[in-house]
Ligand binder design. Structure first.
Ligand code: SF4
Length: 173
């Protein structure tokens, strides 16, 4: 017991290190996305995430946008529960046969103007699941895609860059 107590006193705290100076880039990028959204839409951006058959690795990175570190909502960007409230569909995974209709209906339910961002290598060309009997393939085989964000999975910073690119009508390949 005494050994544990002394070790606890001598050990450095196990908390995360403070953000590096260049992590301010995250805040600047998110603020740019918010500004671009307000200029193009007159309000902040609403995002609907659609898992069309991913392994959930991409979802972990997308969820990270809402954690205390990235805290996307402080810039007014928010995830919504219904495609009827969304401007952007973030679609992950290869499209499975079971999810094809759900994805097509989600796209149809999203009001114009709308953008589709295919997130991850699987959404680009089926990735490691290409050729599977259960998979149709890339997202653009089912709905029109405005932007691909490559990576397996892409980092949250790449997701922000993709959102900004969409708003500035550029293409991230
Ligand atoms: S791109 Fe990678 S992390 Fe994303 S769904 Fe495919 S295998 Fe999973």
């Amino acid at each position: 017991m005494r050994k544990i107590l002394f070790e606890g006193l001598a050990r450095r705290p196990l908390t995360e290190a403070p953000p590096r100076a260049d992590d301010t880039a995250i805040g600047e990028l998110a603020a740019s996305v918010d500004l671009a959204a307000r200029q193009r839409l007159g309000r902040s951006l609403a995002i609907r995430e659609v898992d069309a058959g991913s392994c959930n690795g991409c979802e972990l990175e997308i969820h990270a946008l809402n954690n205390a570190f990235y805290d996307l909502e402080r810039f007014g960007l928010r995830f919504v529960a219904s495609p009827r409230h969304a401007d952007v569909l973030l679609v992950t995974g290869p499209v499975t046969k079971n999810m094809r209709e759900a994805l097509a209906r989600t796209y149809a339910a999203t009001p114009d103007p709308k953008w589709v961002i295919a997130v991850g290598d699987c959404a680009f060309d089926g990735g490691m699941f290409a050729g599977s009997y259960a998979v149709i393939g890339a997202v653009d085989a089912v709905v029109p895609v405005d932007c691909h964000i490559r990576g397996c999975p892409p980092r949250p910073l790449d997701l922000l860059k993709g959102l900004l690119a969409i708003l500035e009508q550029q293409t991230v390949k």
